[in-house]
Ligand binder design. Structure first.
Ligand SMILES: Cc1ncc(COP(=O)(O)O)c(C=O)c1O
Length: 449
């Protein structure tokens, strides 16, 4: 897809402080601290403000068209403005957007998800992945009567205090590799966090066993993302999965699988592909069909903590004004119904084409870059070191600058990617789009080498 002269001039304006996005950012900083409510849109020198999106492409306020390799951080899976979701949502809008009453559409989406995910007898909805992880942690604490969780160093699970422990610790704070120090992410987090969260390195079975055993009878759950984006999406090793599941069972703790991103790998999620049987699963993103959503599902016995028992309030009360709202439930149901096995195969093909194409092109151009990922997901790294853990994946300061320049250089070549190399494809993406992406990444990497 080539750009028109109007797009090229918009594109030049985007690089200057006279661009519409630069003006909007100056204005935004007056009323929003930092200029945006969502820190991931804050790219240098200013966020790119969007005008509209259709299929695999977005247009920014300068009129520049961008191939979307980010897809709202993996939540868009059918494409922007998908007609099926659009029609279903429009029909619901005519009937109202929110009521203080239960809806049948919530039951239908719950039934679909419980049918697809083997380990999910029941599911309780909420409005974000952050809330889903928080709900799962609270459920595990209530079910086991224990205070502590264990999580992977560098793994992102949203912004709940315990879930964001050791999300991006500075190397000076890391501690030893096989027993990482628990580091609070937000200033002001109570110091008790270090007694309530144990940290394990990704893909280190021996360390995981030791830390979970150390937590022992205080451990309510081990929280795991099998494809952690901030750990660079290296393949999860079977010995690590076994160590977590076996040792959690041994000490009487639950396993919480965070499938907020990895649920886009297949109709039964990553767990079906990996043979993993968590007690609780967190889902979000794609299950809302483009609208804000989250959900915690799992075995009925554990999920019963969310239910009123004999007139008593639930062990873990949960709810919210917009929880399971009919617009989200409608969009989510339309989206999930469209995701049949042919759709997942096509998503796999798109991901494989981008990863294998990048690998070939990096080799042919002698670029010291690599790419990890699975299904429609990928993560690009500006180095060739072996990546198994967060400490391997964490960018040096030079690499962080390189990734920032990749992000900016890709915008100049009509591609939108996150500024840390993680991306994914939606179903409206064509093979030609993927080839454009590969050429753009390799040309940009060659420019900044
Ligand atoms: C693995 C994982 N868990 C949880 C979350 C939090 O989800 P949300 O942004 O919907 O709160 C994210 C968000 O990117 C995520 O990637």
């Amino acid at each position: 897809m080539t750009d028109t002269s109007a797009q090229r001039s918009g594109h030049a304006a985007a690089e200057t402080n006279t661009s519409r996005s630069a003006e909007l950012f100056s204005r935004a900083k007056q009323s929003i601290p930092g200029g945006a409510s969502r820190s991931t849109v804050l790219t240098d020198p200013h966020p790119v403000y969007v005008a509209e999106g259709h299929g695999a492409w977005i247009t920014d306020v300068e009129g520049r068209r961008l191939l979307d390799a980010n897809n709202n951080y993996t939540s868009i899976i059918l494409g922007h403005g998908d007609p099926t979701i659009d029609a279903a949502v429009r029909a619901q809008l005519e009937r109202g957007t929110a009521y203080s009453m239960a809806t049948t559409i919530e039951i239908e989406l719950a039934e679909l998800l419980c049918e697809r995910v083997e380990t999910m007898d029941q599911i309780r909805f909420c409005n974000s992945g952050t809330e889903a992880v928080m709900g799962a942690i609270k459920a595990a604490r209530a079910f086991t009567g224990r205070p502590m969780i264990v999580k992977v160093e560098g793994s992102y699970h949203g912004t709940y205090d315990h879930a964001e422990a050791s999300l991006d610790p500075d190397p000076s704070e890391w501690g030893v590799a096989d027993a990482p120090t628990t580091i609070a992410y937000a200033a002001g987090t109570p110091a008790s966090l270090s007694d309530e969260v144990g940290i394990i390195p990704f893909n280190d079975a021996v360390a995981a066993e030791a830390v979970i055993r150390g937590a022992g009878e205080r451990c309510a759950a081990v929280l795991l993302d099998a494809m952690p984006s901030r750990v660079g999406m290296p393949a999860i090793e079977q010995s690590f999965i076994d160590a977590i599941v076996d040792t959690a069972r041994e000490v009487g703790a639950l396993v919480i699988l965070d499938e907020v991103i990895s649920f886009r790998l297949g109709s039964g999620g990553a767990q079906a592909l990996l043979g993993l049987e968590p007690d609780l699963t967190c889902v979000a993103k794609i299950i809302g069909g483009g609208f804000p959503v989250g959900g915690v599902g799992g075995r009925s016995e554990v999920m019963s903590v969310f239910a009123k028992q004999g007139g008593q309030r639930a062990a873990v009360p949960s709810g919210g004004t917009f929880t399971a709202n009919p617009v989200t439930m409608t969009a989510g149901l339309a989206c999930m119904q469209a995701l049949d096995s042919a759709a997942f195969s096509r998503l796999d093909e798109l991901g494989e084409r981008s990863r294998s194409g990048l690998r070939r092109a990096f080799d042919e151009s002698d670029l010291e870059w690599q790419v990890h990922g699975r299904g429609s997901l990928f993560c690009i790294h500006p180095n060739r070191r072996t990546i198994r853990t967060f400490r391997d994946a964490r960018h040096t300061s030079d690499e962080a600058v390189t990734m920032m320049r990749l992000h900016q250089g890709l915008l100049d070549r009509q591609v939108l990617l996150s500024n840390y190399g993680m991306g994914c494809w939606n179903l409206a993406t064509s093979d030609d789009d993927i080839d454009l992406f590969i050429d753009a990444v390799v040309a940009t990497a060659a420019d900044i080498r």
